[in-house]
Ligand binder design. Structure first.
Ligand code: FES
Length: 264
């Protein structure tokens, strides 16, 4: 069997791959998982109801910050400045940046390059595309904007944290229920995902000649580096917690279930 190379230095073997394992399974699972999540998120974002629980001040992260004239006033912690149009998500100020943050994430790039563009679908499996230009040209050159999306994600995580704190509420004043556990858990994991970002690691520990001269940055970099080894897991876990948090708020808001209350 010939194993020569083309002009692009690619192996020219007749078979698409010589791998005999189930190499197609991870991209297939990734494709199914990401597609299901995107479908759910789109349905919820454009539903424009069941995003707020008035008794307990639960606000789903998919509608935060709620800045549309369609938002109930109590949920609009930062004002209602956008017109109430069906095509305009209530959280229009955050969703594009969150999308950019995830789309340009180093892990998600690997995930969707493999699962959606098959470029390549797995190691040592030929891709259908004839040429490869990497991320040096439009539109993929925009992937390099990831560090700026990271800064936006920090702001949005702060807003989600604020929402989670405001949710310790009940008609009697202070309150605490299962919804709080879910909201706080979601925020903690969002922070873990954000802090585990490769750009974050570089911002904290990059461009230093001597760690010994920067002990605080070294310690922070060590923590972030630990988290960074779990970046893929956190990417998936936070997709799960975001959907779970949203679904729980929707279920309580719609009256399908009662919130399990521990205090008030
Ligand atoms: S690399 Fe994944 S969020 Fe930055």
């Amino acid at each position: 069997m010939s194993t020569g190379t083309t002009g692009a230095d690619r192996a020219t073997i007749p078979a698409r791959t010589l791998r005999t394992d189930r190499w197609w399974w991870p991209p297939l699972v990734t494709f199914a998982g990401l597609s299901a999540w995107v479908l759910y998120a789109n349905v919820r974002v454009f539903m424009q109801q069941w995003y707020w629980v008035d008794d307990y001040h639960y606000l789903t992260p998919f509608y935060s910050p709620c800045i549309s004239e369609g938002c109930v006033p109590e949920a609009a912690h930062f004002g209602r400045i956008l017109p109430d149009w069906p095509i305009l998500p209530y959280a229009m100020a955050s969703l594009p940046f969150l999308l950019l943050f995830r789309l340009t994430c180093y892990y998600y790039r690997k995930a969707y390059y493999r699962a959606f563009w098959l470029s390549p679908p797995a190691c040592a499996v030929a891709e259908p595309h004839k040429t490869y230009t990497g991320e040096t040209r439009f539109p993929l050159v925009l992937q390099n904007a990831h560090r700026y999306a990271f800064y936006a994600a920090i702001v949005i995580s702060l807003i989600n944290t604020y929402d989670a704190i405001l949710a310790f509420h009940s008609p009697e004043g202070f309150g605490f229920g299962l919804g709080n556990v879910i909201l706080v858990g979601n925020v903690v994991l969002l922070w873990a995902y954000t802090a585990s970002c490769h750009s974050c690691r570089h911002i904290i520990g990059g461009r230093l000649k001597h760690f010994s001269a920067h002990p605080l940055r070294y310690r922070s970099w060590s923590v972030v580096s630990q988290l960074n080894t779990r970046h893929m897991e956190l990417a998936w876990i936070t997709l799960g917690t975001l959907a779970l948090t949203d679904f729980y708020v929707m279920a309580v808001s719609a009256g399908w279930i009662d919130d399990l209350r521990f205090i008030n």
